[in-house]
Design a protein around this ligand. Structure first.
Ligand code: SF4
Ligand code: SF4
Length: 135
């Protein structure tokens, strides 16, 4: 797989995006009400994957792969008494991490496979649209 070269422009953009993500989450009062509807928290039972956990990490502008552990379902936003746009912050942090070459290897492989074969798993399905692959 071709290694993504990080330009100065990418670095600046990534830094700006992390700043924006942090600003969005700045007003979080850490009440934890967002946890009740979070499917990832319900499954993993780990505070760090909840919106509150992510808000703590992102408000310090820390790039952490936990931002990829989110379905972007907005359940947390429904429950948040302050109406914080958690998903906007998560999207910005993901974009920043990809720009800095800190995205998920599995995602990079999937994109590479789609570009080369049209299939996320890298198997050439030719012109047969009926042949779908699923995980
Ligand atoms: S519900 Fe909103 S304010 Fe409360 S912890 Fe979650 S994100 Fe922060
Ligand atoms: S958007 Fe992410 S953090 Fe918020 S409830 Fe859904 S999975 Fe959890």
């Amino acid at each position: 797989m071709e290694k993504h070269k990080i330009s100065e422009a990418d670095r600046i953009e990534a830094s700006n995006l992390m700043e924006e993500a942090s600003d969005i989450l700045d007003s979080c009062i850490k009440c934890g009400m967002c946890k009740s509807l979070c499917p990832v928290f319900k499954t993993l039972k780990e505070e760090r994957v909840s919106a509150r956990g992510k808000a703590i990490i992102l408000s310090d502008k820390i790039m952490n792969k936990v931002v990829f552990e989110c379905t972007l379902c907005k359940g947390c936003e429904q429950k948040c008494p302050l109406g914080i746009k958690v998903c906007d912050a998560i999207r910005k942090a993901r974009e920043a991490m990809v720009l800095k070459g800190k995205g998920l290897k599995s995602n990079e492989e999937m994109i590479d496979n789609i570009r080369k074969t049209g299939n996320p798993f890298g198997k050439n399905i030719g012109n047969d649209p009926e042949k779908l692959y699923c995980c």
